[in-house]
Design a protein around this ligand. Structure first.
Ligand code: NOJ
Length: 540
């Protein structure tokens, strides 16, 4: 089994993790200094979101230079120190690859603007003439994921395509120069010792030939994403096969994992499990984020359906699970309570496969409200101030102390990258470390037990001990059994037909009854552990 198949990977959003130089923005040296937190938590890997030079039109996902470090985050040497420290702590390091679009400040785009229509420089992007008598209308009806048309017109009358903000022009992936430049980017970071890549909007790089209209209802039904002319095109797959070959063969520097053990994880908003599975074939990506799990409602039938569908989808790799990310509303807020978020964490961490945690999830942070004048997310402007965007989950972590900036920085609280709420003292790492009932203690204990009782086959479905209509979920994988009470009534443990001793609960468990919105783990070492996928099938 490869390390990534059951890895617990911690997503580190560098500007909000820890600040070293005292300017109020998190940086690479701060991340290096605080990596011990991730190791003590019990994670196996770190995925660090973009730390490259960027005008920050979209939190760093608008990159002006793919092989450098943003000056406010540090230097290339700081990155090397981060990598070395991660490896010393036994953590793998995954970096973000953002191939769909560059920043509008990238030298290629500046050159394209200067060079004019028909130039080679424009050929690296998706420039088109407009529709209408004078070309005054966008070339087609495509909408940006952030709202508004996916096209912006430049001074000479041509339009360029951007599936996100106008400051993020989409690249033309049919252009060989684009292709080879990104292979060089992959090689560059592999040479610096990274253990893999998270590939941003991996479903969007190619657009259908002729760029036909997408029709009404775009972005409204994620299940139809794969039908959009700008998503899920066939040409993606040869490209990912090319990258996989590169990953599998490029020599590994000291400290990094062997070539065949490097991982590529797709951020692919394709929700049809069969379509998503096509990204994780044995010669393509290793993993794809399972957004269906993140988006599932707090409902036993829906969660079970998503779990079963995820595990039974064809594909070469193990399933990933995630409850949060820098793009999602924090689970405490999204699911409706801290109780539910804690129970959801035990549910996720009991499932076979790998889990991606997002910084602050282990502290049970709620979504913060950012005052209008401090909002950075382009969604706010693009939506005409109707969508406050994702900044509420990107607030600097509280490390210690009673008031902002809670040990995040030595700068004054007013200067932090996004403001922290005044009432976060109970959420700090320091406060939670001392508290056996804290969310941090729960996560640490869950990860310790998960490691002690691995799923021997991370691709095998768990055995269900609950029926699809029960108001609770109960399943077993290897020695670990997880019960989650999603109903409104307390659930007596006796009578559920489970074996094993209770070892961890997400809420007050009195030894006999599981309260609503609470999960319980039991361990039973007596049964043979290689029981997954053994053909016995689910109990229910
Ligand atoms: C997905 C990233 O996670 C998100 O933060 C970003 O806005 C888009 N891709 C565009 O790069």
């Amino acid at each position: 089994m490869s390390w990534w198949q059951d890895t617990v990977c911690y997503e580190l959003y560098p500007r909000a993790f820890a600040d070293w130089d005292g300017d109020g923005t998190g940086d690479l040296a701060g991340a290096t200094a605080r990596l011990g937190h991730i190791a003590e938590l019990g994670a196996d890997a770190v995925w660090i979101t973009p730390f490259y030079p960027s005008p920050l039109a979209d939190g760093g996902y608008d990159i002006a230079d793919y092989t450098a470090v943003a000056p406010d985050l540090g230097t290339s040497e700081d990155f090397d120190r981060l990598t070395a420290r991660a490896h010393d702590l036994g953590l793998k390091l995954i970096v973000d690859l953002v191939p769909n679009h560059t920043s509008d400040q990238h030298p290629w785009f500046r050159e394209a603007l200067a060079a004019g229509p028909g130039s080679t420089a424009r050929g690296r992007y998706l420039f088109r003439p407009g529709r209408g008598l004078a070309g005054e209308l966008p070339p087609n009806d495509w909408q940006s994921a952030f709202g508004g048309p996916a096209w912006t017109r430049v001074a000479d009358g041509e339009w360029y395509c951007h599936l996100h903000a106008p400051e993020q022009p989409d690249l033309n992936w049919r252009e060989q120069e684009v292709r080879s430049a990104f292979s060089d980017v992959l090689r560059y970071w592999l040479d610096r010792g990274v253990d893999g890549f998270r590939v941003d909007v991996a479903h969007a790089l190619f657009k259908a030939e002729g760029m036909p209209d997408a029709g009404p209802g775009q972005h409204q039904d994620p299940l139809r994403n794969h039908l959009m002319p700008y998503y899920d095109q066939e040409e993606l797959h040869p490209l990912y096969r090319e990258w996989r070959k590169l990953l599998d063969t490029h020599p590994a520097p000291p400290g990094a994992v062997a070539p065949h053990d490097r991982v590529m994880v797709a951020e692919s908003a394709v929700f049809d499990p069969a379509r998503l599975a096509r990204y994780i074939r044995p010669d393509e990506m290793h993993q794809a984020f399972n957004f269906a799990f993140l988006e599932a409602a707090w409902d036993p039938a829906e969660l079970r359906r998503v779990i079963d569908a995820s595990l039974s989808a064809p594909g070469g790799g193990a399933v990933t699970w995630l409850l949060s990310s820098h793009d999602a509303v924090r689970p405490v807020t999204r699911l409706g309570s801290a109780m539910r978020a804690r129970a959801a964490a035990l549910l996720m961490l009991a499932l076979p496969g790998s889990a991606y945690l997002y910084q602050g999830e282990e502290l049970g942070l709620p979504q913060a409200t950012i005052p209008d004048h401090r909002i950075l997310d382009p969604l706010w402007e693009r939506s005409g101030h109707t969508d406050r965007g994702r900044d509420g989950s990107r607030v600097p972590l509280p490390w210690s102390g009673d008031l902002p900036p809670y040990g995040f920085t030595t700068a004054k609280a007013e200067r932090t990258w996004l403001p922290q709420p005044d009432d976060w003292a109970p959420y700090t790492v320091a406060a939670q470390e001392r508290d056996p009932a804290s969310t941090l203690t729960l996560y640490r204990e869950a990860l310790r037990l998960r490691r002690a009782h691995p799923a021997y086959d991370p691709t095998a479905a768990p055995r269900w001990y609950s029926a699809p209509t029960d108001p609770y979920l109960a399943f077993r994988r290897s020695a670990l059994t997880c019960v989650v009470n999603l109903g409104t009534q307390p659930l007596p443990l006796a009578g559920l037909g489970l074996t094993g001793s209770p070892v961890l609960a997400s809420g007050p468990f009195d030894g006999g009854t599981i309260p609503p919105d609470t999960a319980l783990w039991l361990v039973d070492d007596t049964e043979p552990q290689h029981n997954e996928g053994d053909g016995h099938g689910p109990v229910h």
